[in-house]
Design a protein around this ligand. Structure first.
Ligand code: PEP
Ligand code: MG
Length: 889
């Protein structure tokens, strides 16, 4: 700890500056900086965060050496401001405010009007000629000081205020006269004496020291501790304390106060944006008691002041090279700045501001790329609720896929399909307990999806995100009654066909129709992306199963497909019957016959993908889920009847097969590479479809780069057998066609064993793609669909810092990934003198923090949903710039 505990600012000088946020807190550092660049700031001083740390080390005692420095700094304020602290004739009043290195709005204490006493309140009244103002200031001080410094109940003061207003028959505080307020001061002092056991301090210095103590104490108040926990703020020394001469915006028509942003924080437009109130104190603007005026109107009310403020707006932006959020007060025609800090903004505004500031020469391209939080791009990519809409949320679930959707409620995927056939333009919201692959057709037709169970990696969430479709999952307030065809949402009964709206960005659920506005893909957005691409090292691919999704992803900058889940293609209306026939077939002949029906569809799907991705790699994964997912569930008799009709069998036979395929733990059961190992004809059909499609597209003069991916491999032998068989099929296809295509065979790494045995597996695999959904599930032993019961507790009690299905668990799953990459690359180079290409295709591939991790462990690419491609591009650029994690989120 240095020997300097107190830093003065005022006039055009300051002991500190804007870089000293650690020591002076954000507010203190910026006040010093503003003084240095000649912006008018009421004089004051900052007691450092080191003093706060020492205060706690010494058992909640301000270190003795601080006191003379406070006295000296106070003298400087008196000299600069021309008033004396405690002067009964014309007192200097001060504010005492907290201010840590990171902003913690409203979490710590503030006390205003310090220095008023029974004697000086008279002086203030005389000097200002305004009794009302003086006594109002005094009663506010007693209340604020009593409740924050001495821990009294604010309610006790409020009670006095109310009874006074009642007795006088008035509604507003401002209707009380000077005499009323004088009387109120007496009553407040009585409350203080009764609750504290001594008189309200008449020594201003004592008031000041107690107030400083109060700010330090508030650093470890319940609210502040909770805030730091939620925002994951760690490693700060404490709060600084800012003591500053009071200026008053409530001294009549020539005074006022306001808050503003140097640009529009919603759109980013380069306009002065804010509110002010004539004859008011700061808290009146925020409290919403009076409706403030737009800042431009200040130009009419106080033209000179407005002109000065506009000049300050420009000076601050030029100096900080960043959009600022400012507070100011005008005291009898004189303007003072009370605060400046980096302004919070929407994603849309962030992009526009960053790009325009580059064009204005304020910042360079790299700075612009660092400035925008990747996740905030969601704002530009989704339809939004019309900001003018008034509907209030009635429930909240997990925000699973961003954007807003307003639609008529339907309770099953079949109902959605049936409705859409008749009324293709009706907006539909599919509301289910959960979804399964059986529901994809209906999910695809719905505008949005709402489920009452499931988490961020549940089926509904993954599929919706893949399509960029708004989705809220795990909303427990949603109770579905399929028989009655109603859904009850937080007590309100909604019939099928009535409207409900979801906001997948926030998880909010609203009853009724709420208008939405389409996303705007502005030129600035594209510009920022090209700057990001210049610096990133990671390639960005997409998870896509249809040409339309692939085209969308390419439009967003995808450089290939990292995962095509072929099972999604099995659910199409035109092929599901053949898929079911294949599953129900009793023998290999039956299966082969059914597979022959599916093959042309598969081939056509792949042709579509290869055409769209011309010149870019396309990774196609062989069938992965357990087969029972394609059959109706045991209680679904109607579904079974339909399947019986489709496949020419009986309901009994279907249920018999469903029973046979039933598994206790299907996610650890008969799925992944285990399917083609037992039923090789399934794998053969898929490989043939891939290679024949590649040949067909190549013949059209396009460039095809197919990558065949085997899922859920744990031991090299699994891969070796399937690879050998795939090569034989592929060679045969090429021989028959007389055309050669380059293709690769690789594997997903989704099992802990695959990571540990990666050296062996890499002897066979030409590429690795980490399936971190399953890898997380298998490493933790957490079902990816059933974490709702314990994850909130795990996060609350800090058992885990973050949901590992959302951001890679760096210390566990991440370590396994590192081992996998290191062992895999080592053995591939040693055995084949070849670089092993490594990517990720789990949901984490679109999570900015996980992308940074993937960069750090040397992956070649990440693959994510089409709508997350721009987010991954930006996150990868920030990872390359070494800036990720440091930005203001
Ligand atoms: C994974 O497990 O991470 C993965 C991409 O495969 P799926 O989500 O289809 O199981
Ligand atoms: Mg998987």
């Amino acid at each position: 700890m240095s020997a300097k505990y107190v830093y003065s600012f005022g006039g055009k000088t300051a002991d500190g500056d804007g870089k000293m946020k650690e020591l002076l807190g954000g507010k203190g550092a910026n006040l010093a900086e503003m003084c240095k660049i000649g912006i008018p700031v009421p004089p004051g001083f900052t007691i450092t965060t080191e003093v706060c740390a020492a205060y706690y080390e010494q058992g909640k005692k301000i270190p003795d050496a601080t006191v003379p420095q406070i006295d000296e700094a106070l003298k400087k304020v008196e000299a600069e401001f021309g008033k004396k602290f405690g002067d009964p004739a014309d007192p200097l009043l001060v504010s005492v405010r907290s201010g840590a290195a990171l902003s913690m709005p409203g979490m710590m204490n503030t006390i205003l009007n310090l220095g008023l006493t029974d004697a000086s309140v008279e002086g203030l009244a005389k000097k200002t000629g305004n009794d009302r103002f003086a006594y109002d200031s005094y009663r506010r001080l007693i209340d604020m000081f009593g409740s924050t410094a001495m821990g009294l109940e604010h309610e006790h003061f409020e009670h006095e205020l109310h009874s006074m207003k009642e007795a006088k028959g008035v509604k507003l505080d401002t209707d009380l006269s000077a005499d009323d307020l004088k009387e109120l001061v007496k009553r407040y002092k009585a409350v203080y004496k009764k609750d504290v056991g001594e008189d309200f301090p008449q020594d201003p210095k004592k008031q000041l020291m107690l107030a400083i103590n109060a700010v330090f104490n508030s650093w470890n108040g319940h609210k502040a501790i909770e805030y730091r926990r939620i925002e994951r703020i760690t490693g700060l020394k404490g709060t600084a304390v800012n003591v500053q001469a009071m200026v008053f915006g409530n001294m009549g028509g020539g005074s006022g106060t306001g808050v503003a942003f140097t640009r529009d924080p919603n759109t980013g437009e380069d306009v002065f944006y804010g509110d002010y109130l004539i004859n008011a104190q700061g808290e009146d603007v925020v409290a919403g008691i009076r409706t403030p005026e737009p800042i431009s109107k200040l130009g009419e009310d106080m033209p000179k002041v407005y002109e000065q403020l506009v000049g300050i707006r420009a000076a601050l932006e030029k100096h900080y090279k960043e959009m600022q959020d400012i507070e100011f007060t005008v005291q009898e025609g004189v303007l003072f700045m009370l605060q400046t800090r980096t302004g919070k903004r929407t994603g849309t505004a962030a992009v526009r501001i960053a790009v325009e500031m580059v064009k204005e020469g304020l910042i360079d391209e790299t700075t612009a790329v660092k400035r925008v939080a990747p996740d905030s791009l969601n704002h530009l990519l989704q339809p939004q609720l019309d900001p003018k809409a008034k509907n209030k949320p009635v429930a909240q679930g997990i925000a699973a896929s961003p954007g807003a959707a307003s639609g008529m409620v339907l309770l099953s995927a079949e109902a959605v399909v049936a409705h859409a056939e008749k009324h293709p333009n009706d907006p539909i919201l599919l509301v289910r307990k959960e979804t399964s692959p059986e529901d994809v057709a209906g999910m695809h037709l719905a505008k949005g999806i709402l489920t009452s169970t499931g988490g961020k990696a549940s089926h509904a969430a993954v599929v919706a995100r893949g399509w960029g479709k708004p989705c809220v999952v795990g909303c427990e307030a949603v109770k579905i009654d399929e028989a009655a065809q109603t859904v009850t949402i937080a007590g309100t009964v909604v019939k099928a066909g009535e409207f409900v709206t979801i906001n997948g960005t926030t998880g909010d659920v609203m009853i009724g129709k709420v208008p939405t506005v389409p996303p705007s893909m502005t030129g600035d957005f594209a510009t920022l992306m090209t700057w990001a691409d210049k610096v990133r090292k990671l390639k960005i691919r997409t998870n896509a199963d249809s040409p339309a999704d692939a085209a969308k992803a390419r439009e967003f900058g995808a450089e290939g497909i990292g995962l095509c889940r072929t099972e999604h293609m099995f659910f199409g209306k035109d092929r599901i019957a053949a898929v079911r026939e294949m599953i129900l077939a009793p023998d290999v002949e039956g299966r082969t016959k059914a597979l022959a029906k599916i093959e042309p569809f598969q081939k056509a799907d792949f042709v579509g993908l290869f055409e769209v991705m011309d010149g870019l790699p396309v990774t196609i994964r062989l069938l992965d889920p357990p087969l029972h997912e394609f059959l109706p569930q045991k209680d679904n008799v109607a579904g079974a009847e339909e399947v019986a009709k489709q496949t020419g069998t009986t309901v009994e036979k279907i249920f018999e097969r469903v029973e046979e395929l039933h598994e206790m733990n299907p996610m650890m059961g008969f799925r992944g590479c285990r399917l083609p190992l037992v039923f090789p004809e399934i794998g053969d059909m898929q490989v043939r479809a891939i290679i024949e499609a590649a040949i067909e597209v190549k013949k059209k003069g396009k460039s095809v780069l197919p990558e065949i991916m085997i899922p859920l491999v744990g031991v090299v032998e699994e891969l070796a057998i399937l690879k050998k068989r795939a090569i034989a099929v592929a060679e045969e296809c090429m021989k028959q066609a007389g055309v050669k295509v380059e293709y690769q065979i690789g594997t997903m790494i989704e099992l802990p064993r695959a990571c540990i045995a990666a050296d062996k597996i890499a002897e066979e695999a030409e590429f690795f793609s980490f399936g971190t959904n399953d890898l997380t599930q298998m490493t933790f032993g957490f079902s990816r669909d059933d974490i709702k019961g314990f994850m909130p507790t795990y996060l609350r009690d800090k058992i885990l810092p973050i949901d590992p299905f959302q951001t890679i668990d760096f210390n566990g799953v991440g370590e396994l990934m590192k081992i996998g990459i290191q062992k895999g690359r080592g053995s591939r180079t040693a055995k084949h003198s070849q670089h092993l290409k490594v990517g990720i295709c789990g949901e984490h591939g679109g999570d900015p923090d996980s992308v940074v991790f993937c960069h750090a462990i040397g992956m070649d690419y990440v693959s994510c949903s089409p709508f997350r491609v721009p987010i991954a591009r930006l996150a990868a650029a920030q990872a390359a710039l070494g800036e990720a994690g440091k930005r203001d989120k």
